[in-house]
Ligand binder design. Structure first.
Ligand SMILES: C[S@@+](CC[C@H](N)C(=O)[O-])C[C@H]1O[C@@H](n2cnc3c(N)ncnc32)[C@H](O)[C@@H]1O
Ligand code: SF4
Length: 400
């Protein structure tokens, strides 16, 4: 580490962290064929080959490499445990591009043997034909944005794919990958309980190793926020979630986090590292990161706009905005993540990851116990009760 970086990151502070937590890398690929009306991710429409536009793939990969090189002082000597290539629609990148990205990563940072490497893919035909090649490029886990298998629901969501493409994509993923995830949403415009059950019967028939199930939310600054579709009421969507928990459990998938369901051995190591307040280096337009040092925890964010991000990164200025998480904010930030885990977390993890003494959460935990929101014992685990899990934001707010 250079003297300048050491001055910035290693100088004394009030936190006392031990060994740094496991390190993950998140890479953001920001383009999509078409912007979905509900989406507030940092994704940018790209007309695609039909409109004669080419993705600036090579330039973006050059920018990512420059971004990574500029970030090295933040992660000196650390091994990477998981990689997540998210978007946007990463499957718009060629398998050769993904291979180059992974080889750039490996050449600059040690990747743990058997590291999980996830790639997000959309179920279009053009993407599906590349699944096998993504695997051969080093991707170990595919995450497919199916959303629904119902053509009417997909149309209402403004998706570019249809049921037939979704079915073919999942079949191909199951044939090519030992582990994969399907993203599905519920409480969709015009969705009934019977419709949802049918959708899940289709999904579960593939015996997916992992599901991520999201309640459709109307995010500010999206088309749906401006012109909201008619959605199922709150009671119906709560019933839908109960039904999903039952159906997935019957199919052997356990709900290990608010939105994540897995068969044994198929939990997402990358997301688990987020929820256990591990570290991650964020690369790419708008990517967030979190990195620990002996006396501080930093949050980083890269420039959001792809063209500008590329210009800056290539000019050697990919340096992100960095903010130190305050001592006061750390307990809540930790709980915001760790309490999402159905099985909770080891009490000692709090001190390990925040560098704060256990007394920093003692009051919050006492209140949570009194309200029946966490298990009422002083054992090594802190675990939300069913009530705590159902009223998670109230539970988390006790640590504000
Ligand atoms: C980063 S997105 C991108 C994945 C991929 N581009 C796609 O859309 O298929 C990951 C997932 O977040 C979920 N998601 C996006 N916007 C949402 C919203 N407004 N409400 C609920 N879930 C949402 C979708 O299930 C989506 O697959
Ligand atoms: S494909 Fe995914 S990332 Fe792209 S706009 Fe739609 S929801 Fe957002």
């Amino acid at each position: 580490m250079s003297a300048d970086a050491a001055d910035r990151y290693l100088r004394p502070g009030t936190l006392q962290l031990g060994a740094p937590p496991p390190l993950s890398v998140y890479v953001h690929l920001p383009w999509c064929l078409k912007k979905c009306p509900y989406c507030d991710f940092n994704s940018h429409e790209f007309g695609g080959p039909r409109h004669g536009e080419a993705l600036p793939e090579r330039r973006y990969l050059d920018a990512l490499r420059a971004d990574l090189e500029a970030s090295l002082p933040l992660v000196w000597g650390r091994t990477v445990h998981t990689v997540f290539i998210g978007g946007g629609t990463p499957s718009l990148f060629s398998p050769e591009g993904i291979e180059r990205l992974l080889s750039d990563l490996r050449s600059l940072l040690p990747l743990a043997p058997g590291a999980e490497v996830t790639l997000e893919a959309n179920p279009g035909t053009f993407e599906r034909e590349r699944f096998r090649a993504f695997r051969d490029a080093g991707v170990t886990r595919l995450s497919i944005g199916v959303q629904s298998f119902d053509d009417d629901r997909l149309r209402a969501l403004g998706r570019v794919h249809d049921r037939a493409q979704a079915l073919a994509a999942v079949e191909e993923a199951a044939a090519s990958f030992a582990t994969f995830n399907l993203d599905l949403m519920y409480a969709l415009p015009g969705q009934t309980l019977a419709g949802l059950e049918q959708d899940f019967a289709t999904a579960l028939a593939f015996r997916p190793p992992h599901l991520s199930l999201y309640h459709l939310t109307l995010e500010p600054n999206t088309m749906f926020a401006r012109r909201p579709p008619v959605l199922p009421d709150e009671d119906t969507s709560a019933t839908m979630l109960d039904r999903l928990v039952e159906l997935t459990a019957e199919a052997g998938l356990s709900r290990y986090e608010v939105s994540a369901y897995a068969r044994p051995g198929h939990r997402c190591a990358h997301n688990l590292n987020y929820w256990q307040f591990g570290d991650y280096l964020g690369l790419g337009a708008g990517a967030h990161g979190k990195l620990s040092f002996p006396h501080r925890v930093l949050r980083t964010v890269k420039g959001r706009e792809p063209a500008r991000y590329m210009d800056e990164a290539l000019a050697g200025r990919a340096a992100s905005n960095e903010d130190e998480v305050t001592r006061q904010a750390l307990p809540f930030e930790f709980m915001l993540n760790a309490l999402r885990l159905r099985e909770g977390f080891e009490r000692a993890l709090f001190t390990e990851r925040t560098g704060l003494p256990p007394s920093a959460i003692a009051q919050g935990l006492a209140k949570a116990r009194a309200l029946g929101l966490v298990e009422d014992d002083e054992g090594p685990l802190v675990r939300p009760t069913t009530k705590g899990f159902d009223f998670l934001s109230d539970l988390q707010a006790l640590f504000l």
